[in-house]
Ligand binder design. Structure first.
Ligand code: NAD
Ligand code: MLT
Length: 539
């Protein structure tokens, strides 16, 4: 990853907008290799945050602060948003990506706490513990009203079988429950391995005594459990939501409890938080906690440590462990493709300078050994090169693909194992509708990046410095006339590469020149006999 970093000596302003574990941010406090300036300022209104964010390089939040597009647009120097926790639904990821701001989270640190909380809620729900405790606190010894149900031999349906869903299943099996699970990525083999029954949401609704949801909040998961699903459920079902408010439709849940279909609900999360005045809280069948799933000493320390370490890693190496809005590639895999970054960027940069029209399609082929690697960062670098003339330094690894797609460029990646005489070959082609241009490059052992083909013509060009790219007809005198004309303008040719399809056919020249050639000089060279096209290229 080559996202622009700050100068090593520059002060990095880290703004902590939500309360975080002091032990968790210890790595930031004790970091000496970076000049970190920690600003802890919590409980701000959106307007207050916006007024304080202009000089901030890193914004660190939990779930209380909503990082809106307005916040992101006001944060002119923001490089990274750190989310100490899993859910990133409080961050406008589209706006962050568009502005090239990397978002990192801490996906593992609170898994255990959230799973334990879910089990605590399910047990409390089954045995009416909060209600019974309340009655006792109010001086009443009521044993009749709180007859519960056992968990043993009951069926638990887990919707969303990721980190927390799986941990909940382990624990439920410890209580001798039968577990059914639904997740679009759950295979039969994995379900068997974990001792759960793979099922659809509908099958879970029909068979489960308890249903717990553990998906992220996405357009597809909003209202995942709604009236239609409640109608399928067994009478007396109990539901638990320790994931995100809105996965279970709150109005439909309210009605299902009133109708007796749902015997009880345990909720840690709500559509609107804080939710102190919610109609669901008026129902005796509902027990609730104020978003406490991750509120343990261990989880809070762990998530804060994870994001703190990612912040340090980002400013020291340009890579992060837990990116949300760009591909996560393990260090060893990244090391395989990193040497190709500059080459891919130069190929994109070359193409945009030879293309007159608006690029509509970008095709990138990876041939040879490079085809075995995770090439997504290479494609991002080729796009960076392609967009560099229009977006300058605003294009980075985070937003390259997004910006290209936003301007309507279709991106296609291809891989082939054979590289026709090369160990590795990266071939980039752009199409505008009227024009098609292509360039190919390789990494030569010990010699670095080389452009080896331009528009199908074989060349050997070091992609650095200024070039004149000339298309001509392969006739005697063409090269000499160009050289003479350039000499008249005092332009020194440092290197020269020519290629042709056949004797007397089409040809190209790539002339390395010491200075950038002006538009007037290009116009003069273009008028020479047998010269078809002249472009100044800076690589
Ligand atoms: P995860 O990414 O590991 O797992 C989520 C799973 O949901 C994935 O396996 C994914 O495939 C699945 N999924 C996505 N769309 C789905 C769909 N339409 N139907 C069914 N499954 C779908 O995340 P996680 O760490 O397990 O967290 C789960 C949820 O818990 C998140 O919403 C997170 O924000 C929330 N959470 C809440 C607390 C809390 O304090 N209450 C704490 C931690 C996490
Ligand atoms: C999360 O998504 O990690 C949880 O909601 C915990 C939190 O940050 O409060």
């Amino acid at each position: 990853m080559t996202t622009e970093l700050l100068e090593a000596t520059q002060t990095i302003n880290v703004f902590i907008a939500d309360p975080l574990s002091e032990d968790g941010i210890f790595p930031l406090r004790q970091e000496t290799g970076l000049n970190l300036n920690l600003i802890v300022d919590t409980g701000l209104t959106p307007e207050e945050l916006i007024s304080k964010i202009a000089d901030v390089h890193v914004l660190l939040v939990r779930s209380q602060t909503t990082v809106t597009r307005e916040v992101i647009e006001a944060a002119k120097n923001l490089k990274l948003i750190g989310r100490a926790g899993v859910g990133v639904d409080n961050i406008d990821l589209t706006a962050a990506t568009e502005h090239g701001i990397i978002v990192v989270n801490a996906p593992d640190g609170n898994t255990n706490s959230a799973a334990e909380h879910t089990i605590a809620m399910m047990t409390s729900l089954a045995r009416h513990i909060p209600q019974a405790f309340n009655t006792l606190k109010n001086g009443k010894w009521d044993r009749k009203s709180y007859v519960g149900v056992e968990l043993k031999n009951k069926t638990l349906g887990v919707v969303g079988f990721g980190r927390i869903g799986v941990e909940v299943a382990y624990r439920a099996k410890g209580s001798r429950m039968n577990v059914m699970a639904y997740d679009p990525f759950l295979s039969e083999e994995r379900a068997n391995e974990l001792g759960v029954t793979k099922a659809t949401v509908e099958e879970i609704c029909q068979a489960a005594d308890f249903i717990t949801v553990h998906t992220p909040l996405l357009p597809e998961t909003r209202n995942l459990l709604n009236k239609e699903k409640f109608d399928l459920m067994k009478d007396g079902v109990r539901v638990i939501n320790c994931a995100r408010g809105g996965i279970i439709n709150e109005d439909d849940l309210y009605d299902a409890i009133l109708s007796g279909k749902v015997a009880g609900a345990a909720l840690d999360v709500f559509v609107e938080e804080p939710a102190t005045d919610h109609k669901l809280l008026t129902l005796p069948q509902v027990i609730a906690t104020p978003h406490l799933g991750a509120s343990t000493v261990e989880a809070q320390e762990s998530v804060a440590v994870d994001v703190s370490n990612d912040i340090i890693k980002f400013f020291k190496t340009g890579t992060v462990t837990n990116p949300v809005n760009m591909p996560s590639i393990p260090k060893e895999k990244l090391a395989e493709v990193e040497p190709f970054f500059a080459l891919a960027e130069k190929l994109g940069k070359f193409l945009i300078q030879v293309t007159a029209g608006t690029v509509k399609e970008l095709n990138i082929s990876y041939a040879g050994e490079v085809a075995n690697y995770d090439v997504r960062p290479l494609t991002a670098n080729a796009i960076k090169g392609l967009l560099s003339t229009n977006h300058g330094t605003h294009v980075n690894d985070v937003n390259a693909r997004y910006l290209a797609e936003r301007v309507g460029i279709k991106i296609n990646e291809h891989k082939t194992t054979t590289a026709k005489g090369f160990t590795n070959l990266v071939i980039v082609e752009v199409k505008t509708g009227e024009e098609t241009h292509s360039v190919a490059g390789t990494l030569l052992n010990g010699l670095g990046a080389r452009i080896v083909k331009v528009e199908g013509f074989v060349v050997d060009v070091k992609p650095e410095g200024n070039y004149l790219y000339i298309k001509n007809t392969d006739k005697p005198g063409a090269i000499g006339r160009v050289a003479m004309k350039l000499a008249e303008s005092d332009i020194n040719i440092a290197t020269m590469q020519v290629g042709r399809d056949e004797v007397g056919g089409s040809a190209v020249m790539m002339l390395g020149v010491d200075n950038e050639v002006t538009a007037e000089e290009i116009a003069v060279v273009s008028t020479l006999e047998n010269i078809d096209e002249v472009k100044s290229i800076n690589l």
